[in-house]
Design a protein around this ligand. Structure first.
Ligand code: C5P
Length: 238
């Protein structure tokens, strides 16, 4: 390929999408969110009453499914069989289903094939869990973006609070719309943290392409970093 592949991996809520969108703008690359593909297929499984733990029917479903990622300035517009599902796939039920269907070996292979085709020309920032380890082990740049679970949970939570963040980023999980009292806020934040830890655990402990840094990835721990610091460091790495 003529231009590099930038692989960004890490757990949920680490800020991968924000970083990927920034780097894509900065270097004039396409920004591809692979999680959106798992989410889109999960949505189709929900709509058609498929069990998440049976691989063969899910693979059959995948083989009759067309998922399109359209890179935008912020995140991707996602089409499922031609229909825009960009918002719907961020709902909590889809988030959980995506994490459950992503354990299957052949289903992952199906995803990886498509993701390689999308990125083979280079000039892409591809974001997910296994980009540097499985999709593009030869990626020119690999960043593993991490942060303590409490920090990731808190960042996710703040994305859901309208007063602090009037425009909810396209890719934020919109579980809890408008918490009011301090007690409600605490409960809401705890629910987000619980969900995030559950997904992390599943992603890190699955047999197929578990979430882990590639041996040659640069690990960026953003726990005590500001967004600006993360972006600046990542630019340096690239
Ligand atoms: O990144 P996002 O939160 O949208 O991903 C949703 C789910 O899809 C993750 O929790 C993970 O289980 C799965 N996923 C994956 N491999 C990727 C991207 C996402 O297994 N490359």
């Amino acid at each position: 390929r003529q231009r590099p592949v930038i692989a960004i991996d890490g757990p949920a809520g680490a800020g991968k999408s924000t970083l990927a969108a920034h780097l894509a703008r900065r270097f004039g690359f396409l920004n591809l969110e692979t999680g959106a593909m798992y989410r889109a297929l999960a949505l189709k499984a929900i709509e058609n009453d498929f069990a998440f733990d049976e691989e063969a029917p899910l693979l059959e479903l995948a083989n009759h499914t067309r998922i399109t990622l359209e890179p935008q300035l912020e995140g991707n517009r996602v089409l499922l069989d031609g229909i825009d599902v960009s918002r719907r796939i961020r709902d909590q039920d889809v988030t959980s289903a995506a994490s459950q269907i992503s354990i299957h070996h052949n289903l992952r292979a199906w995803m990886v094939l498509q993701q390689r085709a999308l990125g083979e020309q280079g000039g892409v920032v591809m974001e997910g869990r296994d980009i540097g380890t499985a999709v593009f082990p030869d990626a020119e740049v690999k960043i593993f973006l991490d942060a303590a679970p409490e920090v990731r949970g808190n960042r996710r939570y703040r994305q859901t609070v309208p007063t602090e963040s009037p425009t909810i980023p396209q890719n934020s999980d919109r579980q809890i719309p408008e918490p009011q009292s301090a007690e409600q806020q605490r409960v809401a934040e705890e629910a987000i943290l619980r969900d995030l830890k559950e997904r992390d655990y599943r992603d890190r402990h699955r047999a197929e392409s578990p979430l882990q840094p590639a041996p040659d990835a640069v690990v960026l721990d953003s726990t005590t970093m500001t967004l600006e610091e993360v972006l600046a460091q990542a630019e340096q790495i690239v």
